[in-house]
Each structure stands twice: as C-alpha cells, then as structure tokens.
Unconditional design. Structure first.
Length: 156
C-alpha cells in the first residue's frame, strides 16, 4: 500500500475507533490487510501530527492535531505551535538555561519534533521523553524568554 493511501486509512481508523496505542493501530490496519512495521507507524503518526488526548472517559486516544485559526499577524508555524501548547502542554518550568515542558502522556516526542521543525529563536535543541520535553538554550536569558512565551499560551 502506498504511503498516501495508508495515511488516509489511518485517519479514517482513528476517527472511527478509539485507538489508544500504536499496537491498536497496527491491529486495525491488519483488519484491512495492511501490514506495517512499528517504525513505519511511528513515522506515520509524526507525519500526520497525531496526538493523544483524553477522551470522555479520561482514557488516552489518538486524534489528529488540528492547527487551525489562521491569524494575519502570526505565521502558520507559530499558530501551529500555539495550538499545540494550548492542547497538550500541562506545565512549564525553567532551570538555568533549560526549559522543562510537561505534556500530556505520549505527546512529548511530537511536540519536540514540531519545535525542532520550527526552530524558534532562543532555542538550541530539544530532548524528549514520554511526557517531558527539555528545551536547551544558549543562555539563561534565552531560556527565560522561552519560558515566558510558553506560559503566555498555556490555557490553565
């Protein structure tokens, strides 16, 4: 199956079924006679910007990340970043030149990937875990600017 066709099928599956893990997704793809490796599914999830959010029962579920609201004063990448901050970032702390960002479970890798793509000012690199992203800055002043930016866009 071509990548584009697989992506369409994945979108359909996660909208139709409560997919909670990559294994669930692989199983559902198998129901459609589609075989894929774990690495392929991981890339597809990143490419499609799929995130995990709590459903009505509080259980994690894959959903497509929608970066809407095109504001004339901000570029598309910044809008995407702000939307992600609003949807998945839970807390922001700073320690010297490090900004520590807590995300919803299993979303840190996607958030770090988007930060790496956008490469905002004052950021050198990211390190991601399961629910934590560490943003490395060149100086404490740069880290303060990043911390303030993220805190400004937190919804809670």
């Amino acid at each position: 199956m071509r990548k584009a066709d697989r992506h369409l099928l994945i979108k359909q599956i996660i909208e139709e079924f409560p997919i909670r893990t990559q294994e669930d997704l692989l199983t559902r793809l198998g129901d459609y006679q589609v075989t894929a490796t774990q690495a392929t599914i991981s890339r597809d999830i990143r490419d499609l910007k799929i995130v995990k959010v709590p459903d009505a029962d509080g259980l994690p579920r894959f959903v497509l990340f929608h970066g809407e609201d095109d504001d004339e004063t901000k570029n598309e990448e910044e809008q995407r970043l702000i939307r992600m901050i609003e949807e998945i970032v839970l807390k922001v702390e700073r320690v010297h030149f490090l900004t520590i960002i807590g995300t919803l479970p299993d979303n840190a890798h996607l958030f770090a990937s988007i930060l790496d793509d956008i490469k905002p000012p004052h950021m050198l690199s990211t390190i991601a875990g399961f629910d934590t992203v560490i943003v490395l800055s060149e100086s404490e002043e740069d880290a303060k600017k990043i911390e303030l930016y993220f805190k400004e866009h937190l919804l809670h």
